[in-house]
Design a protein around this ligand. Structure first.
Ligand SMILES: Cc1cc2nc3c(=O)[nH]c(=O)nc-3n(C[C@H](O)[C@H](O)[C@H](O)COP(=O)(O)OP(=O)(O)OC[C@H]3O[C@@H](n4cnc5c(N)ncnc54)[C@H](O)[C@@H]3O)c2cc1C
Length: 357
């Protein structure tokens, strides 16, 4: 997104990615309308799978609680297609792209930045760290301290093409994300059928509670017990990934010669775990900051701009507060919120998940 914006503005851009595209990225592939807007993607012209979401269900002990909207509130995409689309858009705008180039180290000098790749140096005036939760730019800036002030979500997911015929034999349904709050009230499991693909997983804050493989096992057993997922199906191996959510305490998103965007900066929403929208918004702010400050001396203001836009938001405070409450209070509150149709729609789904408090 940053590369696309800068290349369109006539700047020299080199984009380095460790993988070759299309590449797998662990993700449920739920994009909100706001996220598509931030990424400047028009749903009517997007050329790949885009499933409109007009229903979301929450799995409670009393069964699935479904909320409907008259028009799409979000979309389901496949990340390997979506990310390759964004990459090709940047290439078409004139960005130079080196795929399969893992940046091993980033070194800041007085008047430039070096990226070390297989013994080679690539030098630039400034650098945007967009390398996700293991971004080498974020590591160079904050070192080991990077994880100390982060709230981390760990997740495991599997995405497999299972085909229409097999889907019809199950009770998974189609086009409707189904979310199951974790009994520890610190995350949720989900399944989401998009076209012929089943996406299934679980994510939770990592400070306490059962390990993610235990939660995954518990969730799959529940789906089998409730006859939603046939026992005989074998899913593709689950893939794990961790990333940080934004709790408004990260001070250094921008500084001398660098800016961090998306997961590299730990910007995902803390209640929903949504990270595609925040990545798009931060990329737009980062590109604007570079265009305003072409010498790249200092990008501290970019961090302040993000914090003033998102930093002390309502959901951030609620997330921290909820975690401090005793478990039985959290469980009662969550069941009340998710069990009541009005509260579920306005607070849980439109509030926490769609960011419209
Ligand atoms: C299981 C799971 C489910 C999720 N579901 C959703 C969802 O449904 N909706 C949503 O909005 N968010 C979701 N998220 C969060 C979302 O995936 C991330 O917040 C989002 O992908 C962040 O985008 P990014 O561009 O910052 O990082 P990434 O998408 O992680 O991209 C980082 C890129 O950097 C490259 N890279 C990494 N290290 C290097 C290196 N050293 N050198 C060169 N390149 C490097 C990688 O190859 C990768 O292409 C989910 C996350 C997980 C783990």
């Amino acid at each position: 997104m940053v590369a696309w914006k800068l290349a369109r503005a006539g700047r020299d851009v080199l984009l380095l990615d460790a993988k070759t595209f299309p590449r797998f990225k662990p993700c449920a592939g739920w994009v909100t309308r706001d996220a598509l807007h931030a990424l400047e993607i028009d749903p009517t012209t997007y050329p790949h799978l885009l499933i409109p979401i007009t229903r979301v269900a929450i799995g409670l002990s009393k069964g699935l609680q479904v909320t409907h909207w008259p028009e799409p509130v979000s979309y389901g995409i496949l990340r390997h297609e979506f990310d390759a689309f964004l990459l090709e858009r940047a290439r078409a705008a004139g960005a130079d792209i080196l795929e399969g180039h893992r940046v091993e180290r980033v070194i800041f000098d007085q008047d430039c930045v070096h990226c070390l790749i297989k013994g080679q140096h690539i030098t630039s005036e400034h650098i945007v760290g967009a390398g996700g939760s293991s971004c080498p730019v974020a590591r160079a800036v904050a070192g080991r301290a990077i994880w100390q002030y982060r709230t981390t979500v760990a997740a495991q997911m599997s995405e497999i093409p299972i085909g229409a015929a097999k889907l019809q034999q199950s009770r998974l349904g189609s086009g409707m994300p189904v979310l199951y709050p974790e009994p520890e009230c610190d995350g949720y499991a989900w399944y989401f059928v998009k076209g012929d693909f089943l996406n299934i997983g679980v994510g939770a804050l990592t400070r306490s509670g059962p390990a993610i493989p235990v939660r995954r096992h518990r969730f799959l057993q529940r789906l089998q017990r409730e006859d939603i997922l046939p026992d005989s199906w074998s899913l593709s191996p689950f893939v794990g990934h961790s990333y940080a959510v934004w709790r408004g305490i990260r001070p250094d998103l921008g500084g001398p010669r660098y800016l961090l965007v998306g997961d590299a900066a730990g910007l995902a929403h803390d209640l929903s775990g949504e990270g595609i929208g925040p990545a798009g918004i931060s990329a737009t702010l980062a590109a604007a900051a570079i265009l305003k400050n072409p010498t790249g001396q200092d990008f501290t203001d970019y961090g302040k701009e993000w914090a003033s836009l998102q930093g002390n938001g309502f959901s951030t405070r609620i997330g921290g507060l909820l975690q401090a409450l005793p478990l039985f209070i959290r469980q009662t509150a969550l069941n009340t919120l998710c069990g009541n149709p009005w509260l579920r729609r306005r607070w849980v789904l439109e509030g926490a998940f769609l960011g419209r408090w």
